[in-house]
Ligand binder design. Structure first.
Ligand code: UDP
Ligand code: MG
Length: 326
């Protein structure tokens, strides 16, 4: 009989062939030093390079390695979700493949977990080697999210964290399709704490988060946890009516008491533009929410697994190849 798995390490990867060997080596080293049973779950998120072959190879001779090969690129958050569905450890750690999150920190996380914390997240104190643009947008994103949402999502925290089995089970039950994992972790609650670290440079390759994916992530984050943007409509409406009313008073005044009643058409155009701008913006915000309602209504699976490699009998839910009608 195999000993029950104590730790599951989830590593989402998308075109990480240059870095995966080193990531594997460092993770192995750390986990062997900890000396309790563990599994490494690599989730291949539709990589077009050799990432899959490399980890598949590992899974053939390393019993601790399991691979979930998704049928296409579903995105980082979904890859994590897939990993969590199949993880069987008492504690589950999510870590990036690019070694920007130092695997050595897992030891401290486990230490905190053993003290009784159910979620231990890694908080970045510094970000090395990232562009000014990335740092500014990331910082802005975390702060906007914080001010807009009702759930207490910690700032400067990515998805590098340890969660207890109880938390993982609860999160696996959540049905939403647009998954913003770090928000969901906060939402489920439990006893949470942070360990701090300096975020390293990416070892090789480049960020797999182009602006488009970052925008999607921020929109998911904000719209899944807040409907304050919808209230924009109300505020903007009130503001515009007041302005309109004041302008009317001014126009009447000018008509009655001054000579300058002929107003230029340019001012009309300006007002038109501003008003239409507002209206379109608000429609856009509503569209975002309606689009998400539509996604939920279609009720498609969140991801599709093409194949699994490694010791399937040890994977939770491994009998269901296409799962996740979240
Ligand atoms: N990733 C993924 N699917 C994607 C994009 C990224 O699985 O569509 C993985 C990627 O391989 C890495 C992690 O998610 O392990 C974080 O991505 P990245 O390092 O590019 O993000 P950044 O650190 O730049 O925010
Ligand atoms: Mg990275």
């Amino acid at each position: 009989m195999n000993k029950p798995i104590r730790y599951s390490i989830i590593i989402p990867m998308y075109n990480e062939e240059e870095v995966i060997v080193e990531a594997y080596r460092r993770l192995k080293k750390v986990m062997n030093e900890i000396g309790e049973p563990y599994e490494l779950i690599f989730v291949n998120d539709g990589s077009q390079d050799r990432s899959l072959e490399i980890v598949k190879d590992y899974s053939e001779w390393d019993k601790k390695v399991k691979v979930i090969d998704l049928s296409r690129n579903f995105g980082h958050q979904i890859a994590i979700t897939a990993g969590m569905d199949y993880a069987s450890g008492d504690a589950v750690v999510v870590i990036d493949a690019d070694l920007q999150d130092p695997p050595e920190l897992i030891k401290q996380m486990i230490h905190k977990w053993k003290e009784g914390y159910e979620v231990v997240y890694a908080k970045r104190t510094k970000r090395k080697g990232e562009t000014f643009f990335k740092r500014v947008t990331a910082s802005l994103f975390y702060r906007t999210l914080r001010s807009l949402t009702d759930v207490d999502i910690p700032v400067d925290t990515g998805d590098f964290r340890l969660i207890d089995r109880k938390v993982c089970d609860q999160m696996n039950q959540l049905h939403e399709k647009n998954r913003f994992v770090r928000g969901l972790v906060s939402w489920v609650g439990f006893k949470q704490t942070a360990v701090e670290y300096e975020r390293d440079e990416r070892l090789y390759g480049e960020s797999k988060y182009p602006l488009k994916k970052m925008l999607k992530l921020s929109l998911d984050g904000i719209t899944s946890f807040s409907y304050k943007p919808l209230k924009l409509a109300t505020y903007a409406g009130v503001l515009l009516s007041i302005t309109g009313f004041l302008y009317m008073v001014l126009a009447i005044y000018q008509k009655l008491f001054t000579e300058s009643t002929v107003m230029g058409w340019s001012s009309l155009i300006v007002i038109q533009l501003i008003f239409f701008g507002f209206v379109l913006m608000i429609l856009g915000v509503m569209g975002e929410y309606i689009g998400r309602i539509y996604e939920e209504a279609k009720d498609r699976p969140v991801y599709i697994v093409r194949e699994m490699y490694g010791r399937k009998e040890q994977l939770r839910n491994a009998d269901q190849v296409v799962v996740n009608q979240k």
